[in-house]
Ligand binder design. Sequence first.
Ligand code: MN
Length: 207
Amino acid sequence: MAYELAPLPYDYAALEPFMDAETVKIHHDKHHQTYTKNLNDLLANNPELAAKPIDDLLRNLAQVPEAIRTGVRNQGGGYANHTIYWTLMGPVGSDGIGGAPIGPIAAQITADFGDFEAFKKTFNETAAKQFGSGWGWLVFEAGKLKIISTLNQDTPLSQGLYPILLNDVWEHAYYLKYQNRRPDFLAAWWNLVNWHEVNRRFAIAKG
Ligand code: MN
């Protein structure tokens, strides 16, 4: 059984003008597709591992044979992170997409960060400072929201944490439209966040 690339849940142009259609197309159809293929190739001789849900695989990388562990960490992380990423954005102008948070996550953000602006500032600064390629994340630990970043395709799942929200700060995520201006991309990206999906993940993170 192989991991599958889920279709993009909206049109390539649905995230315009904040994320351009060409970036979305290359990011999903080429980058995400390549992580998917490489992960399947790595596990071609390990059907038991390949049958595991991707989150289980990444939660316990020690179960992966050492010869392919780094590969699975990178390619499996790339597969999983992008799968979450597409669902955490939505068509501009739709209900619950962009703007201020709604639902339980809104109250938790206020409780833990003071207000949405302070939360965004911390998230954007953390993601902007990630040196090189990586991700910014929102997780829930010891009863509080926490913002972290990871290098390459590493996922908080491998640290025992469940991702609630994430943003991709690899240059392929923004370079065509924003070039070297990572902070501009980070600021604009909040117009795309799918707060329904953030709330669904927040409920799982709380357990
Ligand atoms: Mn990416």
